[in-house]
Ligand binder design. Structure first.
Ligand SMILES: [Zn+2]
Length: 345
């Protein structure tokens, strides 16, 4: 027979078991007042997760409603979409064709961007250091993604009039440079101008990513202005439209700006930004794959870097890694108060 004292002791053990604590943690969202200002997202009041919890807490948290759940799932969906399109491309085309090198390198850049974004949102509340490092990686892969679009646009989508010009010849080396600039601006945005309300931060991000995007799209804009539109032009135009949706939601913080606290969990601008990014990528691939099929090999001039697309992508990753490491060193002095250094790192 079990005595009342033994039952009480069993209850206490149950209360303290890691399993029970884990499930208790999963149920709790917290408000912005309970977190350091580094984590505060403008106009989002609730749905934050607690900081300094075990990694498993953040993995489990994507299966319940909080402000990051949809941010993670939207880019997991983007990753799955790009993977399925890569599978289809490999199945339908000759993988050994050297002219497809830039296309496959761009697929890698898109997959890295969606993976880095999902990981950054998944562990965003782990600590200031984790948040800083993962979002620097997230922003640097946006630059990498832009480099992937440059490879495609200047290899397969460039109109005959622009082929062989200085722009065409030097687009890819310049793409390496502007992609690194995006990584630099991301480091500055996470370490130096870390307040999400900062106007300098928004301008820095918008100018670097916008510059990369518009440079990438010069051949597309030229075709949309000067050529007669076909289905392919519509794909490129839709890509153009969805990119501007991403810029709009990223910069405006609409709709939560007008209804603070109302869109904490679902429907806020960052989630809409993510969805527009997935649609933009899908239409980009529609347009570029159609251009790959329509290229007249006899008339087309290639800039001659097709065999270098993969190594150049690796070079951008290497440059980004160095930039991120320098900002990581800087964040200990710039971002973390002395007392928090040990605890947070
Ligand atoms: Zn995001």
């Amino acid at each position: 027979m079990i005595s009342i004292q033994q039952l009480g002791a069993m209850d206490l053990r149950k209360e303290k078991s890691p399993y029970t604590q884990y499930h208790k943690d999963l149920k709790t969202n917290t408000s912005r007042e309970d977190l350091p200002s580094y984590f505060h997202i403008p106009y989002v009041h609730n749905g934050y997760r607690e900081i300094h919890k075990p990694w498993s807490y953040y993995v489990g948290s994507v299966f319940r409603a909080n402000l990051e759940s949809l941010n993670v799932w939207t880019h997991v969906a983007g990753f799955a979409l790009v993977l399925s399109r890569l599978w289809q491309t490999v199945y339908e085309r000759d993988f050994a064709d050297p002219h497809l090198g830039p296309l496959f390198a761009s697929f890698v850049s898109f997959l890295l961007m969606f993976a880095a974004s999902s990981a950054a949102h998944l562990f965003s509340h782990k600590s200031i250091t984790t948040n800083c490092v993962l979002f620097m990686a997230d922003i640097s892969t946006i630059g990498l993604y832009g480099f992937g679009t440059i490879l495609n646009h200047y290899h397969y989508s460039v109109p005959l009039t622009l082929q062989g010009t200085i722009l065409h010849q030097y687009a890819v080396p310049f793409g390496v440079f502007v992609s690194a600039v995006v990584c630099l601006s991301g480091g500055a945005a996470k370490v130096v101008y870390s307040n999400l309300q900062s106007k300098i931060r928004v301008v820095l991000m918008a100018a670097s990513i916008g510059g990369l995007y518009y440079f990438s799209n010069i051949p597309i804009l030229y075709r949309l202005i000067y050529e007669e539109w076909t289905d392919v032009h519509w794909y490129h135009a839709k890509q153009y439209f969805y990119f501007h949706c991403t810029a709009f939601f990223f910069c405006s913080r609409i709709p939560e700006r007008f209804f603070p606290g109302r869109f904490d969990i679902i429907g806020n601008s960052h989630q809409l930004f993510h969805v527009a990014m997935v649609l933009c990528t899908d239409r980009h691939l529609d347009g570029v794959l159609a251009d790959v099929d329509n290229i007249d090999q006899s008339a087309h001039t290639y800039p001659g870097y097709e065999a270098w697309a993969g190594p150049l992508l690796l070079l951008v990753i290497l440059i980004d890694a160095v930039i991120m490491f320098l900002f990581y060193r800087l964040h200990f002095h710039y971002l973390l108060p002395n007392s928090d250094k040990k605890k947070d790192s």
